[in-house]
Design a protein around this ligand. Sequence first.
Ligand code: NAD
Length: 263
Amino acid sequence: MIDKELDQQIEEVADLIVASDRIISFTGAGVSTESGIPDFRGPGGIWTKYDPDDFTIQKFLSDKAVRKKHWELLTNSDLKMTGAEPNPAHYAIAELEKMGKLYGVITQNVDGLHQKAGVSENIVFQLHGDMSHAKCLRCGTRYPMEEMAERVNQGIEEPTCDHCGGILKPDAVFFGEQLPLDVLMESERRSRTCDLCIVLGSSLVVFPAAKIPIYAMRSGAKLIIINVGPTELDEVAHIRIQGKAGEVTPRIIARVKEKMGRK
Ligand code: NAD
């Protein structure tokens, strides 16, 4: 993109942010690629190496060998998310909360990096769950993923619950599982009542998550999309920026601060 065009777009987005006070940031895997976590569908994405069919809840529950393979992949391969750090895009979103403008981060990500960047837990809505913990399917006890990784590295092929011996499952939503209803409903409510929706790093092809920016737009909010590749809503976005979230977003926030006379 020509620099001048990008500068102009950054200026327009900054003006919209200044004029808004209920901003939703809707994020996908692309916001975390600059933290070293691959996305699903980008070049080098997870689905270029693994078969999505291996990640269904049905296979996980029915076959011990599948669970063993999962634990090995989730703790020792590029699917591993423990140890990743937020990047400038996550911190830029956190700045919106400090300005009193952030109405919610609605994310498809399971990496916990928004919270790690400082966004309050109670306004992060993780539609696809949370990979930072594993949960016992029988008694509900939660365990940090780091602890699971340690167990797998010590040679335990399938960690089980210390309390009841139940099956442990990463607390992310697997294919074939329902999204957490309370999170989904609150995300819908906020998207229908926000005044600006900023999409960062999502191809917007995964439903029902991708309905969030649609609800926002239908309720009169402006839609901004910042993404490297094409998205399903490119044609209808008010502003569509082609670029890396970790590069563009901090520039936008810097302009907002200048316009608002903040440091
Ligand atoms: P996706 O893989 O379908 O799309 C990611 C998009 O981000 C692509 O269009 C890509 O071009 C773009 N992108 C990549 N790097 C970018 C960057 N630096 N800046 C801006 N854009 C960038 O991901 P999705 O839309 O989130 O949907 C797929 C599913 O991926 C979700 O269900 C989510 O749960 C899961 N997922 C999550 C993580 C994570 O938690 N970090 C990682 C991989 C997949």
